[in-house]
Design a protein around this ligand. Structure first.
Ligand code: HEM
Length: 449
């Protein structure tokens, strides 16, 4: 069996989610990989997932290759830190994600949706557009505004160049690309690689841009009355008995927010369009709701969210089939037992939402795109531990609420006005930091009357 599994390993590069799914299908819900160190498990049963991420979470931390790799870019921010540091940062950051923030996110999303619709208005009906690029751009527009307000907005919301949101995010994406590539080579860290200089340049851009933004914000003094605070305002103001966070920590949390909160939302929307483009009946079902809830030129706001139940269900189902965060990892701090298997201290535990979301014991017809699974009246039937696009337990995504508001409103605003049809027979999946379509996602744009 070990040999069989080793023979499948070359596939992990080309199709890692597919490989993990095959491992679960062939060998079961808790599988130990035939590798020497660290002892490595794939846990795919909803109960096992809950054990590792929720009920037994105290026996695990995030000292894994995955999070060490990310922390080369994001430092010791919320996503990658553990213990006392994580607890304090979560307490300090939590208020930045409360209800008022969601209203601001909705406003900014509406503005970004209008700009995207304007860009598409210049495209002739029936033309092919790269929806992946469009979603990266629109979600960057939202992030630029809700994280950094006007300071990094540049002309047109997300324009290019150093000192703009686009310049900063390009640097973050470049840095991630290098560290992910490095993590995939078996070479030790001291062996220099061609990407090293690119990484150094990207990190210098990130640090320089953020230092400039923070300094400008500190110099500006109090926010104009009535203006909504952005993430930077809220993190600058956050304080506890030990005072506010220092500049290094602030930098790490801002980069973390970019790493965790931009490409993930874009990926979710891109795969949503992909699924809708292949399922005209589902697209019609969605359009029925949008035409009932929104006027012909209306872009939805926060007040529309409760009425957009089908829109939200489409997004939830896309997050099931294409969870942007397709793998999460933990290290066992002590001996544990998961699904009847002994997991020794020091083990690496891999949980893949891609696999869990297709668990045959938890989902009927798991490969089928069926948004109605997530209608409010059926949500209660979802097996606990079987749905984790945002993780679970104390390390649950802090941006979940914001991401769902942003995703629902962008989808509604855009799908009200355009339909997007498939043009490629097959779309390959690149599993990097998030799931991305290989070579973009070209779709044919149809204007809706
Ligand atoms: C954590 C997914 C949007 C910030 C997580 C985790 C997942 C996830 C699975 C848990 C990782 C683990 O347990 O190892 C997603 C998806 C998103 C999204 C799929 C969009 C569709 C956002 C947004 C932000 C954000 C918009 C905003 C800043 C974070 C942070 C953490 C996190 C800071 C670490 C939380 C902690 O450990 O305390 N996310 N996320 N995410 N996410 Fe998100």
């Amino acid at each position: 069996e070990g040999l069989d599994m080793l023979r499948a390993v070359p596939r992990t590069r080309a199709d890692a989610p597919g490989f993990l799914l095959e491992v679960q299908r062939r060998w079961g819900d808790v599988v130990q990989f035939p590798v020497p160190r660290p002892t490595t498990f794939l846990v795919s049963h909803p109960d096992g997932v809950r054990r590792v991420l929720q009920d037994g979470h105290k026996a695990y931390d995030k000292a894994t290759v995955q999070y060490r790799t990310l922390s080369a870019v994001s430092g010791r921010g919320l996503l990658t830190s553990d213990g006392e540091l994580w607890r304090r940062q979560r307490r300090l950051a939590q208020p930045a994600f409360h209800d008022r923030t969601l209203v601001a996110v909705a406003e900014r999303t509406g503005a970004a949706a209008r700009r995207q619709l304007e860009r598409w208005a210049g495209v002739r009906d029936g033309a092919v557009v790269d929806v992946d690029a469009a979603m990266m751009h629109t979600t960057l527009d939202v992030v630029g505004g809700t994280f950094f307000g006007a300071d990094l907005t540049g002309a047109g919301g997300a324009g290019g160049g150093a000192g703009t949101a686009q310049g900063l995010v390009d640097a973050v994406l470049a840095a991630l690309e290098v560290v992910v590539a490095r993590a995939r080579t078996p070479l030790p860290a001291r062996v220099p690689l061609p990407g090293d200089r690119r990484l150094a340049r990207a990190l210098a851009t990130i640090d320089g841009t953020l230092a400039g933004v923070v300094a400008a914000r500190r110099a500006r003094g109090p926010r104009p009355a009535g203006a909504d605070p952005d993430l930077l305002d809220l993190l600058l103001a956050a304080t506890d008995g030990d005072g506010p966070m220092d500049d290094r920590q602030l930098r790490d949390e801002l980069v973390t927010a970019l790493v965790a909160g931009h490409e993930t939302v874009a990926s979710a929307l891109t795969w949503t369009w992909h699924l809708l483009s292949r399922d005209p009946a589902a697209a019609r079902w969605l359009h029925e709701e949008l035409d009932a809830v929104l006027g012909p030129d209306e872009v939805p706001g926060h007040e529309h969210v409760p009425a957009l139940v089908r829109t939200r269900a489409v997004l939830d189902e896309a997050l099931r089939l294409f969870p942007p965060a397709w793998v999460v990892t933990r290290r066992a701090l002590q001996d544990d037992v998961v699904g009847g298997y002994a997991v020794p201290a020091g083990s690496l535990v891999i949980v893949s939402p891609w696999v869990v979301h297709r668990h045959p014991g938890a989902w009927a017809d798991p490969e089928r795109f069926d948004p109605a699974r997530f209608l409010p009246e059926r949500r209660g039937t979802v097996v606990r531990g079987a749905y984790l696009p945002f993780g679970a337990g104390p390390r649950l995504c802090i941006g979940r609420g914001a991401a769902l508001v942003e995703g629902t409103l962008l989808l509604a605003a855009l799908a009200r006005r355009v339909g997007l049809e498939a043009v490629r027979a097959r779309v390959g999946v690149d599993a990097l930091v998030t799931l991305r379509p290989r070579d973009g996602l070209p779709l044919r744009l149809r204007r809706r009357a």
